[in-house]
Structure formats: C-alpha cells, structure tokens
Design a binder for this molecule. Sequence first.
Ligand code: FAD
Ligand code: SF4
Length: 509
Amino acid sequence: TCTLRLVLGDQLNTEHSWFQIVDPHVVYVLMEVRQETDYVLHHAQKILAIFAAMRDFARHLREAGHRVRYVALDDPSNRQSISENLGAMMRRYDAERLEWQSPDEWRLDAEFRSWAAQQQFATTEVDSEHFLTSRNEMAQLYAGRKQWLMEHFYRHMRRRFTLLVDAQGKPEGGQWNFDHDNRKPWPGTPAEPADTRPTHDHQALWELLQRCGVRSFGDPQAMQMRWPLNRKEALTCLDAFINSSLPHFGDFEDAMSSTSQRLFHSLLSFALNVKMLHPLEVVRSAEQAYRNGSAPLAAVEGFIRQIVGWREYVRGIYWAHMPGYDECNTLGHELPLPSWFWTGDTKMRCMHHAIGQSLQTAHAHHIQRLMVIGNFSLLAGLDPQALHRWYLGVYIDAFEWVELPNTLGMSQWADGGLIATKPYVSSGAYIQRMSDYCQGCRYDPKQKLGDDACPFNALYWDFFARHEPLLRNNTRLGMVYKQLQKMQGDQLDALRTRAKDVRARLEQL
Ligand code: FAD
Ligand code: SF4
C-alpha cells in the first residue's frame, strides 16, 4: 500500500516539506489533462511553459530518489480529468491515502473537496507553503470595513516581516510609500538590460499539443521560449533582475515604450506563480540590494510593495469573495471584445503594441495591462467577464486567484470599488505622457472630436457622463465632475456623439 500525493502544474515548489524526505511508500503524481488546457482558451506559450516545467519537475523528483507517476497528455490511461485520473490511480496502486496541496483556484478547490467527500480512502489537504498569508487572513483583517484598502494591508505586512522597517517599526526613509518618485516616462536611457533569460526549444511538446487537438492562440515560439523551466533557472533570472533592472525599476515602473517591451520589470511572475520562487526570498534579495547600496530605496520599496502588498492582497480578496466575485459587473458593461484582441490588428498604436506584445510573448507589463488594454476596455464598456477570460488565457502568469481581482476589481471596477477607490481610466493625454505610442499613431491625442481624434478622449468623458449616477458622489472624482459640469451642453453632446460612434465601430478602430 502507499500514499499518492498530487502536484499541480502551479505547485512546482522543490522546497516544499513533502520533498525533504524520500519515502518509498509515497508516489508523486503529476498529470497533463485537457481539463486544464481547455477551461479557457490559452496562449500557446502558457500551456507549453507549464507542461515543460512540470516535466522538468518530475525529472528532478526522480533524480532525488522519489517515486513519480507522470501522466502525459497522450498517455492511453489518461482520462483528461484530475479527479477521474486520481480515482483510477488510487485503485491501480491500491493506495490507502491521497494527499494534495491546497489549490489556489476556487474551481479546483471546490472540485477536490466535493470529490474527496465521496471517496472511501483517507484524504489530507496540506498547505502549499508558498504564500505569506493564509487564505482567510484578509477577511479577518478587514472585518466590518466597506473598502479594503491595499495600503492598510501593506503596512501590516512590512511590519510583520520586518521589511524595510527599523527596530522601532518605522519605515525606512521615513515613508511607507515612494510612489510619487516612481512615475517617470522613459527617455530611452538608461538602456534596457540585455535579456539573459534561458532559451528553450519546445517543438516536440508543441507537436504533441497539435496532435491532441489542443486549441490555443498567440505565438507558440516553440523553438525559442524564454520562460524558466525550474528553480535553478528562476534563481538566475532573479539575480539578473536584482543586478541590472532593480536600480531603475522604480523610476520607470509606469513607463511604456514601443522600443522596449520589458523596460525594467522583473518578468518573475511566471516563476513566482508556479512556485519556483518563494515571495519572501524575492523581496529579501531586493531589500539586500538596498542595504548593499546597489539599488535606491524608492525602487526597492516599489518592488517589495508589488509582491508582499499587491500579490498577497489580491489573493486575499479572491478567497474572501469567491464564489460570486467572478460574476460582478457593477457598471453593466456588455459589449463583446473586438476581434483585434486576438490579432493586435488595430490602428490605435497603443493597443496595437500592448495587445501585439501580449500575443507575441504572453506578457505585458502592469501599465500596459491596466492603463492601455484595461483602460480602453473600461471606457468602451466591454463585457468584463469576456475580458477576464481573455486576460486569464493570454498571460503566462495568469491564474484565476491573481488575474480575476486584477481584471474585474482593479482594472474594470466591476466590483463597485472594493479594490480601486476610483476607476482607473484616462484620456489619451496620460498615454501620450507615459509612452511614445502616440508618435506615429493614426489618431491625434490632442483632438477630442472628428475622425482623427484619439478614441480615448471622447470615450473618457462619455464614461463619466454615462455612469454619473454611480460615480458622481465619489470624493476622488470631484474634479472630474466639476469639469464635466463646466462643459457647455453642446460640447458634451458632441463628445457623447463621437463616443457613441466609436463604440459602434470598435472593429474598425
Ligand atoms: P514586475 O513589475 O516586475 O512586478 C514584480 C512582481 O510583483 C510580479 O512578478 C508580480 O508577482 C507582483 N505584482 C505586481 N503587480 C501585481 C498585482 N497588481 N497583482 C499581483 N501581483 C502583482 N499578475 C499576475 O501574476 N497574474 C495575472 O494574471 C495578472 N493579471 C493582471 C491583469 C490586469 C488587468 C492587471 C492590471 C494586472 C495583472 N497582473 C497579474 C499584475 C501585473 O500586471 C503582473 O504581475 C506583472 O505585469 C508581471 O510582470 P513582472 O513579473 O515583470 O512584474
Ligand atoms: Fe493610443 Fe490615442 Fe495615443 Fe493613438 S493617440 S496611441 S489611440 S492614446
């Protein structure tokens, strides 16, 4: 008899206590299943990177002396469902116990729990030992509060892990947040650091996906993908980021450029989300760079905030509000996504670049996701659930616990302001200030009306006029509504007519 232990594709954590002892009575199970390739239409690189990393993880476990059963996508015994495969394996191995690490997605959590309740054998769920907070910690921290402000949680985390705080619990540099230092456009210097990430050939795996009829979108880049396969490679990526990009991370955190896709971002989200890296080791490395004098405080604080702040915070939001959060649509938006979300084929240069890059590399940085693609979608009134499925499919780092609150909450205000105190929207002026996208665009960011006007401009005013009943009492929008009130009736009418026209012709933009 033996115990089976399930390892999911986003649980590739060699440091987990499970793996510290080699036990011949334990069989580790990994499986490639259609259930996971098909729950949403995925970018090809996302499927390839996860399967390739799972295969590498299985190899690593075997080399360390563990027993492993790896079910490949085309294995004749594969029932293409996690629980059905597990049931069959429990019988085949005559196993008496099944153990799994808590899944991060509600979908799998619910499936495992209800399935396990119907089984005769013993089951045990253990912690994934990855996050810095427990699933329900945020719900306790914010009990009774209407708004769940990230800043409150972030300070709590800084103190708790003594990150950039002194012995008295005061923040390093006298401030918790250096955001106002971190909002510069990128003038082209300093140069973007060289991309030293590993290159992998996944051609054989790509052929397997094709043979099995797995549908996907985006550029497969099967011959030369740059996502790390394992912890060793991920640690090398972390080191390279700390040494070459972190010093400039803060300055250009919000910048966008048509000549640099990455700028000074870490590209560590895939390695973090499949648990090759632990969040605390990542932020401790950054803190060390500040202590060594190799990176400025504003950059290090900004980076640490993304990981111990935003990342843990959105996970807390997810678990406190699922199920149900995935259906929220406070603004009642329902326009379908234009077909150019799958081709990048739009004349709006900012959208063309942000979407084109996403299709090509399965990655876009935060401001491209929030202030270009998300901004346009919110202004235009695109269906937030359809947009959520697009984000969940396209990005290499997209797992529902992190993608859903970012898309529905932070970006689309579909939760009515639980995460974002006001909708993240802007006219073309913001994009013009923070990027070089507007240079050479078919539209003019300075014009509001007419066929050549930047579509963001009329959509911006129309958005606030359209949603006045819901938004006008928001104290953070006082200025916007004052400006709207000052507009002459016919000026607003003209803007709204132009916006109506834009919304009717999304395909042609
Ligand atoms: P960096 O800019 O180098 O930041 C460092 C790390 O901080 C990231 O690796 C990530 O782990 C963390 N981080 C930064 N911002 C956030 C955030 N808002 N929420 C959670 N973690 C954050 N991130 C995902 O990991 N998966 C997603 O599916 C995802 N979907 C998003 C959807 C939308 C609409 C928006 C606006 C943001 C989304 N993000 C998501 C957050 C963020 O855009 C990505 O984490 C980041 O772009 C990843 O690239 P990077 O590793 O170079 O990040
Ligand atoms: Fe985007 Fe408008 Fe600038 Fe064109 S002009 S790149 S549509 S913001």
